[in-house]
Design a protein around this ligand. Structure first.
Ligand SMILES: NC(=O)c1ccc[n+]([C@@H]2O[C@H](COP(=O)([O-])OP(=O)(O)OC[C@H]3O[C@@H](n4cnc5c(N)ncnc54)[C@H](O)[C@@H]3O)[C@@H](O)[C@H]2O)c1
Length: 432
């Protein structure tokens, strides 16, 4: 099938590359000229495991191309995916300006029947808005489909190639058949393709992210209570996770959720509920718990270390989660800002996100090229992202590098017993 994917961010680039991998002819479109030039050279604008190899292979085999010229890509395509950003607007709602602009541009370029697929995360009713915008600009026939994306950054290709499910909101048979054909190669292992109305598909994406954010905030509160009553959140997590009604995923307490999706999607869901005069009370709490959780590691450090002025603090992990260089809403940001504000000297290491962090903190902190270098002369180490390479470090080497062997573990990578044995003063989340 001939496809155009508009927007080459985490979603568009991954979707484009994966659709090409399954034999389609894909043209990825972006207004960001620098990004397109980079991609044409086979270089990735983001870090995502396996992406570069996938993109390069499909470019070489001439199934994947990159352009800034939307009109030609649209004319050549049967299906056009809209995968541009839907950032948080000032009032918390999803800002649809990019989506609707693309819809307008697509409509102007149309030369026959097209399926216009909304892959961006958009509030209920957006498919209607897209339909209206397109109808105003063209007399050609078209279908609008809602196809929310559930991939996880850090495992995006795996998630796209082997999805838990594919959700398709389609209200006419022609578009439905095309979408089923397109996704068939990705669901051979039995993952369901769920076809539904557009409103349900649109809402499903927000409900999924809101549910996941809720689990995180819930467990963070459980952890906070564990600290107060002398319980161990790991034991509590195991005990509740083994209940099949609850399950084990997304029960790890930490320093709060971040990234480009959960914070904005929780906000947007509250907002479109309140537009209908519905007060989504749980999500309000989820968000305020998360904000507070992002301050807790700093509060612990202040309490345990005393005044931070002049102290050297090592940071392991800057990205909002492992296997990505994305720092949008990352818990490391408010933590580092608070440390710098308190007069601490910050030495940070992240396997991928240092270039992004430099754009945020500039020279107010230092960046090291190894995890151990960050520890030199440190009064304490704060672990903020659970990269695998932090899980089994050489503790003896750490002790010799640090001024004092103190760890604030925001991801519970180690156990208190292990840390006692290794002669570290150890503070973690939800364990006394
Ligand atoms: N990042 C994720 O893990 C994830 C997962 C599922 C869904 N989503 C949703 O998918 C959408 C895209 O997210 P993302 O993280 O890929 O965004 P992103 O910010 O990484 O990328 C968006 C891209 O769209 C481009 N763009 C903007 N306007 C354009 C236009 N008019 N024409 C062509 N290109 C244009 C930008 O230059 C940018 O490259 C959002 O709605 C997001 O909520 C994201």
């Amino acid at each position: 099938m001939k496809l155009a994917v508009v927007g080459t961010g985490y979603v568009g680039l991954v979707a484009g590359a994966c659709f090409a991998e399954s034999g389609n002819d894909v043209v990825c479109v972006d207004t960001n000229d620098a990004k397109i030039r980079l991609l044409r050279r086979g270089k990735m604008p983001i870090y995502e495991p396996g992406l570069e190899e996938l993109v390069r292979r499909n470019m070489t085999e001439q199934r994947l191309a990159f352009t800034t010229t939307l009109a030609k890509a649209v004319r050549d395509a049967q299906v056009i995916f809209i995968a541009v950003g839907t950032p948080q607007g000032e009032d918390g709602s999803a800002d649809l300006k990019y989506v609707l602009q693309v819809a307008r541009d697509v409509a102007k370029a149309m030369n026959g029947y097209k399926v216009i697929v909304d892959k961006s995360t958009v509030p209920v009713g957006t498919s209607e808005k897209v339909r209206d915008v397109v109808r105003k600009e063209t007399t050609h026939p078209f279908s609008v489909v809602s196809n929310p994306e559930f991939l996880k950054q850090g495992a995006a290709i795996e998630d796209f190639m082997k999805p838990d499910r594919v959700v398709i909101g389609a209200e006419d048979e022609r578009a439905r058949a095309i979408m089923l054909e397109l996704y068939e190669p990705f669901t051979r292992t039995g993952a369901p393709i769920m076809v539904m109305d557009c409103a349900s598909a649109e809402l499903a994406k927000y409900a999924a992210n809101a549910m996941l954010a809720t689990r995180i905030s819930f467990m963070n509160e459980v952890a906070n209570v564990c600290e107060l009553v002398g319980a161990d959140v790991d034991q509590v997590r195991r005990a509740i996770g083994s209940d099949r009604r609850i399950g084990t995923s997304f029960l790890f307490p930490g320093v709060g959720y971040g990234g480009s999706c959960f914070p904005k999607d929780v906000q947007a869901m509250m907002r479109f509920a309140s537009d209908k005069k519905y007060d989504f009370k749980i999500l309000n709490a989820v968000e305020s718990v998360n904000k507070l959780q992002k301050t807790r590691l700093f509060a612990k450090m202040k309490k345990q270390l005393g005044p931070l002025k002049g102290k050297t603090i090592a940071i392991w992990g800057l990205a909002f989660k492992p296997r990505t260089d994305d720092m949008r809403e990352a818990p490391a940001v408010p933590l580092i800002e608070a440390l710098v504000e308190a007069g601490a000297k910050v030495q940070a290491f992240d396997p991928e996100a240092a270039p992004v962090a430099k754009g945020i903190f500039g020279s107010s902190i230092s960046y090291t090229t190894t995890a151990y270098d960050a520890l030199k002369g440190a009064d304490a180490l704060a672990i903020v992202t659970e990269w695998n390479e932090f899980r089994t470090p050489d503790f003896e080497r750490m002790r010799t590098l640090m001024r004092s062997p103190v760890i604030f573990d925001g991801r519970n990578l180690f156990t208190p017993e292990q840390m006692k044995q290794q002669e570290f003063t150890y503070h973690s989340i939800g364990r006394s």
